[in-house]
Design a protein around this ligand. Structure first.
Ligand code: FES
Length: 163
């Protein structure tokens, strides 16, 4: 059973100094064989799986915007919106069955696994999520998912070298 002190447990990993992570704003890290992105935005740290649940796009350079009163990262690849707090997928649509359809935000549920960030004495730790069950972003943390990402990167590199 995990022991916990100051919000840090034996499933927690030291990421580095708070000041360095604030300066970096976004940091890619691999902890416990999991690829994560650490984000510092408006005074708060967030951690989530690094590869977007949709097709594995890197979230490192995604814009952060508010949708439906939730801060979200927008995946640069196909613009999917993912809430920073919960990893919820959000989309906007209108219901054609309504008399006067107005676009509004809907939730797809939790799609991206998020992790807990804790500060202790100026150091930042991440504790990997223990939420049970499958969350879609888990796929890109598996061997099969990683192979798929590598193939996509290799083909991007090959396409680039033809120019
Ligand atoms: S890979 Fe992120 S939106 Fe498609």
């Amino acid at each position: 059973m995990a022991t916990e002190e100051n919000g840090v447990s034996d499933r927690s990993f030291l990421l580095g100094k708070k000041t360095d992570l604030i300066e970096a704003k976004r940091t890619n890290v691999t902890v416990g064989e999991r690829d994560l992105i650490i984000i510092h935005h408006q005074g708060t740290f967030y951690a989530m799986d690094q590869h977007c649940y949709h097709a594995g796009g890197s979230l490192l350079n995604g814009d952060i915007e508010e949708f439906d009163s939730k801060l979200c990262i927008v995946c640069p690849k196909h613009k999917y919106k993912i809430s920073l707090e919960e990893g919820e997928g959000l989309y906007k649509a209108s219901n054609p069955r309504e008399k006067n359809p107005q676009p509004r935000w809907y939730s797809k549920g939790i799609k991206q696994r998020v992790h807990k960030v804790t500060e202790v004495d100026g150091n930042i730790f991440v504790t990997l999520s223990e939420v049970p069950g499958w969350i879609e972003s888990d796929y890109y943390q598996t061997e099969k998912g990683r192979e798929e990402l590598k193939k996509a990167q290799d083909s991007d590199t090959a396409d680039g070298s033809k120019c």
